[in-house]
Design a protein around this ligand. Structure first.
Ligand code: NAG
Ligand code: NAG
Ligand code: NAG
Ligand code: NAG
Ligand code: NAG
Ligand code: NAG
Ligand code: NAG
Length: 406
């Protein structure tokens, strides 16, 4: 049904289509979850949420960009297979950028192996406080220690090269056939190599993934939307930010992601070189080139001091940010931080990730967090800049940064 819909939607008018597309998504979902159709009506009437209407717009856009993908095949695999492949994160699984790289990789692997996909992330707290399944129901049915016949792989720390090689060219269906359940703690792009693996070509063609879209960079935003729906905590906070940005300024938003690495705010984080003048360089660049006084400025950073400096420079009225503690969700002091701090820190990370997908202009540090966020923008490469020992415009998918370390 979805697939037929995916091709029809090009024919009809935009507003109507957003409604149809979203209804079909929700309808399909409500059937999966055996929910009543009230679900659909409630969430359509909640269109007054700016953030939700932006999410719907994004779904509509993906419907046009990926009309050929056999969504019902994806959902069929998810609902009928008894074997599972779980993205597992209980400690040392990286920041949010690493995690969503790992999650989307694991999802595609699960599809290719025709296993049910599961996300088990309780670290630093249950992910489901912030994100719930959208079309793909990835909620665990069993705890890992209740499983008998399972394989646990942690390629971030062990056998990373061997696993990568198996994913690129091994017959994993056979190699892993004896395991009912597989747990994977990964942070690599396995989508690009897996979709080149000759053993996966049949299933790949059944899902109808084209060769020119077989990369994580291209598939990421679609997979992210299929997997996740933000909870009302997330939606409400983001709407507050949107209402502030449109109060005095008309929706044009310049975003800055300033990641400086180890500093008094995140003392356990890794040291990052070449970032001592990042704040000054970014401010100079914005003031010289993007100085329209009607834009709001959104800041996300790993340093309270940097945040303060940006606020001082532009003034509170013009500034947007997510309140709450700055926490590196993998590299925090577990003896010092309370559950409440970790919860609020994780929530802040998710909110910032979503908001970065809404920027008209994005200046970012080299970091998976803002890289994946930038791919969620409807106009992926418009007004996108990377700080790499100076500011460079990212012009498209073929652009390469001037230095490896930056
Ligand atoms: C999509 O997948 C379903 C199986 O889930 C199959 O019945 C259908 O024929 C597929 N559609 C196309 C166009 O391949
Ligand atoms: C995490 O949340 C999910 C969904 O609400 C729930 O099923 C699961 O039991 C929770 N896990 C823990 C360890 O609390
Ligand atoms: C990779 O494949 C080989 C067989 O070709 C298997 O023995 C090995 O366990 C696999 N390793 C991983 C990490 O999957
Ligand atoms: C892949 O190729 C098709 C036509 O062959 C084109 O319509 C589509 O935009 C291309 N996709 C990407 C992501 O480049
Ligand atoms: C925003 O408003 C300013 C003046 O208030 C106007 O000059 C500018 O063109 C507007 N920009 C957009 C994108 O609507
Ligand atoms: C932006 O800066 C340039 C050069 O500094 C100046 O010519 C222009 O008038 C400024 N525009 C605004 C909207 O402040
Ligand atoms: C299941 C679900 O996400 N329902 C949401 C529909 O929209 C209302 C209003 O925003 C939310 O409260 C529900 O949680």
């Amino acid at each position: 049904m979805l697939r037929r819909y995916f091709s029809i939607n090009r024919l009809c008018s935009i507003n109507l289509c957003i409604l149809i597309f979203v209804s079909v998504l929700f309808y399909n979902k409500s059937i999966n979850e055996k929910k009543s159709l009230n679900f659909l009506i409630i969430n359509q009437s909640s269109e007054k949420s700016v953030f939700q209407s932006r999410l719907n717009q994004r779904l509509f856009y993906f419907g046009q960009q990926f009309p050929h993908i056999n969504i019902s095949k994806l959902l069929h695999i998810q609902t009928t297979s008894s074997q599972t492949l779980t993205y597992f994160c209980s400690k040392y699984c990286g920041g949010w950028g690493d995690r969503i790289r790992g999650i989307t990789s694991t999802y595609i692997l699960a599809v290719l192996l025709q296993r049910r996909f599961v996300i088990d992330m309780q670290y630093p707290c249950n992910l489901t406080h912030f994100l719930l399944p959208n079309l793909v129901d990835w909620i665990p049915k069993y705890h890992i220690y209740e499983q008998k016949n399972y394989l646990k792989l942690d390629p971030m720390h062990k056998y990373g090269i061997e696993l990568y090689s198996n994913i690129s060219s091994g017959n994993l269906m056979e190699i892993w056939s004896k395991y009912e359940n597989i747990y994977l703690t990964a942070n690599s792009d396995y989508i690009t190599p897996a979709l080149k693996n000759p053993f996966f070509q049949l299933i790949k063609s059944q899902i109808n993934i084209q060769s020119n879209e077989s990369t994580q960079e291209i598939l990421f935003p679609l997979i992210f939307e299929l997997l996740f729906e933000p909870t009302s905590i997330v939606i409400n906070q983001l709407d507050k930010l949107f209402s502030k940005s449109s109060l005095s300024y008309n929706q044009s938003i310049i975003c800055m992601h300033i990641r400086i690495g180890q500093n008094p705010t995140v003392p356990k984080d890794a040291k990052l070189p070449f970032r001592t003048s990042i704040v000054l360089d970014m401010l100079k660049f914005i003031d010289k080139n993007l100085n329209q006084s009607y834009s709001s400025i959104f800041i996300t950073t790993d340093s309270y001091e940097v945040q303060q400096n940006i606020y001082k420079h532009y003034g509170n009225d013009r500034m947007l940010s997510i309140p709450g503690p700055i926490v590196h969700i993998d590299r925090y002091n577990s003896k010092k931080e309370s559950y409440e701090t970790l919860y609020n820190g994780f929530l802040k990370v998710i909110l910032e990730f979503y908001f970065l997908g809404e920027c008209d202009t994005l200046l970012r540090s080299r970091s998976g967090f803002s890289e994946w966020a930038s791919y969620r923008r409807l106009n992926k490469y418009s007004n996108l800049y990377l700080y790499c020992r100076g500011i460079h415009q990212i012009t498209g998918p073929k652009w390469r940064r001037p230095y490896n370390i930056c």
